[in-house]
Ligand binder design. Structure first.
Ligand SMILES: *Cc1c(COP(=O)(O)O)cnc(C)c1O
Length: 430
């Protein structure tokens, strides 16, 4: 399997090259040249397969010959070291809980998979890699945890000052070893722009920079697993399945749409956003206007120019009508998010954090058009990651998991920067 740059179909690389480069030299995102399909037999009997076997069959065609079968199976087994339960919430509505991993958010799967791929590719070289990553909240922790102690890889994380929760900040500033954190005086988009500029900067070539954002194919593609695991658990209901995914950079939902192209029978996808409504607006008006990101309760989705949306458009040959058959996107305010958190808790006892609540709002909307469907929303973070918000909105006390209690006792270590020049001199001097 080769990947081409979405800016230039003639630029072709294999999986290894795409993972190491992150972004094509022309700043285009890498996209698979062909979309493999899975057999009907496999989809129809998915309950007969283990999670690891499903993951292997889904990802193997994308990895091609870059990682041998034995090593790839090992990487998958280390990636999937926790569960992905579909929890009944009410009627035919389920929450697919993606937060049972080490940093309590769904990005653990992509980060673990990518770190192990990069570790495999680096094992016989003396060349060091530096993973440079911008985070709006959970990426940093997942990447820090996933890469901690991986040989030959340094990690530098950029996060917007004051825009991530205390737990999120601790997850990326307290690990030490090969992990360093930069607190940026700006918003997430500033962090993302700095990272993109660094990749194109010839002066930084020697550092072997690579990205661990969802633009990297090794973080993006394994997110497909969730949708297969969901289907495995929901299929027995024999109804059509609709899925709502709380979306920021649109990597997760793009992986879901790719899973559908591979043959997974999901009737409709909803990308639910907070007030950062660039994509909902595009679907309505046909005009795509990147905007500065606005801070919200669901901060991991505060993205004004979602990187992966170009991949979604590529999946549908840039045909908006075709896209609208499979995909909707709506935006919700913080007030609506709080309201639905309370309603869910009072009516069902289910505790959703703000991102999952946005997903649930989107699901309600899509179920109006698919009243017979089984509905699933992705709960992408553990409520305890948004402790103050959840506790004050629901007027409850959450038990603190042991892993978080340990984290709270550790000291934050970080360097403050404001401009790209600051980032560059930091990288060159370390
Ligand atoms: C990153 C994140 C999202 C958004 O996922 P995208 O793939 O960027 O759309 C949603 N919820 C949580 C908790 C996240 O960390």
């Amino acid at each position: 399997m080769n990947y081409y740059s979405l800016n230039n179909p003639n630029h072709n690389v294999n999986f290894k090259e795409a993972v190491i480069a992150g972004l094509a030299p022309d700043r285009g995102l890498y996209f698979p040249e062909t979309i493999p399909t899975l057999s009907d037999e496999f989809i129809a009997h998915i309950e007969d397969y283990t999670a690891e076997e499903i993951a292997y069959r889904v990802i193997a065609p994308y990895v091609g010959t870059c990682i041998p079968e034995k090593e790839l199976r090992q990487i998958i087994s280390e990636t999937l070291c926790f569960d992905f339960p579909c929890v009944p919430v009410h009627d035919a509505v389920y929450s697919l809980e993606l937060y049972h991993g080490p940093t309590l958010a769904f990005k653990d799967v992509g980060a673990r998979f990518m770190s192990r791929c990069l570790g495999y590719f680096n094992q016989n070289t003396t060349q060091k890699s530096t993973v440079l990553v911008a985070t709006s909240g959970d990426t940093g922790g997942a990447v820090a945890n996933g890469f901690l102690g991986v040989k030959g890889v340094d990690v530098v994380i950029l996060y917007p000052s004051g825009k991530v929760s205390d737990i999120q900040e601790r997850q990326l500033t307290t690990l030490g070893q090969n992990i360093r954190a930069l607190e940026v005086q700006g918003v997430f988009d500033d962090c993302q722009d700095m990272v993109k500029s660094a990749f194109l900067d010839d002066d930084l070539k020697a550092l072997g920079l690579t990205s661990a954002n969802s633009i990297n194919v090794a973080r993006w593609l394994p997110q497909m697993f969730y949708y297969f695991f969901a289907w495995q658990q929901i299929k027995k209901h024999h109804n059509e399945l609709v899925i709502s995914c709380p979306s920021g950079n649109f990597g997760n939902i793009c992986a879901g749409l790719l899973a559908k192209k591979m043959g997974l029978p999901i009737a409709h996808f909803m990308a639910a956003t907070n007030v950062n409504d660039t994509v909902p607006e595009f679907l309505q008006t046909g005009r795509y206007t990147a905007k500065p990101s606005q801070p919200t309760l669901s901060n991991a989705m505060d993205v004004g120019n979602p990187s992966n949306f170009v991949r979604i458009q590529a999946l549908y040959d840039n045909n908006r009508e075709a896209l609208l058959n499979d995909f909707s996107s709506f935006a919700y305010t913080d007030a609506q998010t709080r309201e639905v958190m309370v309603a869910l808790y009072e009516q069902t006892g289910y505790i959703a954090e703000p991102h999952g609540a946005v997903g649930y709002l989107g699901l309600q909307q899509v179920l109006q058009k698919h009243p017979e469907a089984v509905g699933l929303f992705l709960e992408t973070a553990h409520p305890v990651k948004f402790l103050e918000e959840v506790e004050s909105t629901l007027n409850i006390k959450l038990p603190i998991p042991e892993s978080i209690a340990q984290l709270m006792a550790r000291e934050k270590v970080k360097t403050s920067i404001a401009t790209y020049a600051d980032l560059k001199s930091y990288l060159l001097s370390s």
